[in-house]
Design a binder for this molecule. Structure first.
Ligand code: HEC
Length: 152
């Protein structure tokens, strides 16, 4: 009898604790939802990948180095004779890019690393300061992507 009642106390405690626990569990995601940006695959494919393939005056194209080296930004090599990525390769690139694109963060290496230091970028990038200013539309595509813009 004594035993049974202590079980009941334990059960009651669990019931009392449960609502508090639930409220906490529910409020945690709400607190972090201030950072609600998420990366959009279609935006990546239509607006970001073309930037990797485009030649900028005085610079080598991103794709040339970033399919061959082991930098944190690593892209799938283009198939022989191909000038862009197919659907499956783009999907892979989208996974790989998440090492340098942190949703909602302007500190993402993708936006900071290739940008000129005077414009707010990092001091050194093996591939040069490819974007002289934040007005560069190609750089703005990187920024919009990281900040969670969706393809229209
Ligand atoms: C000439 C070769 C070359 C080209 C072209 C190049 N990069 Fe890089 N990139 C590197 C090398 C080398 C590193 C690793 C060393 C470093 O951090 O600079 C790197 C690193 C990076 C990183 C990772 C930074 C980190 O967190 O460590 C990003 C992001 C990046 N490059 C973006 C780009 C983009 C975007 C382009 C095209 C606009 C580009 N790179 C063009 C050579 C290149």
């Amino acid at each position: 009898m004594k035993r049974a009642s202590s079980y009941m106390v334990a059960a009651a405690c669990l019931l009392l604790a449960a609502p508090g626990f639930l409220t906490q569990a529910q409020s945690a995601p709400a607190a972090s939802s201030a950072v609600s940006a998420s990366l959009d695959y279609q935006f990546f494919k239509t607006r970001v990948e073309p930037v990797f393939l485009t030649k900028r005056a005085g610079h080598t194209r991103c794709v040339v180095c970033h399919t061959a080296n082991n930098a944190p930004l690593h892209l799938v090599p283009l198939s022989p004779g191909s000038t862009s990525w197919n659907e499956q390769q783009s999907r892979q690139n989208f996974t790989l890019i998440q090492r340098v694109a942190i949703p909602g963060s302007m500190d993402s290496p993708l936006v900071k690393h290739p940008l000129a230091e005077e414009a707010g970028g990092d001091p050194h990038h093996g591939g040069g300061q490819q974007f002289a200013s934040q007005q560069d539309p190609a750089w703005q595509a990187f920024k919009a992507f990281v900040m969670g813009e969706k393809a229209k």
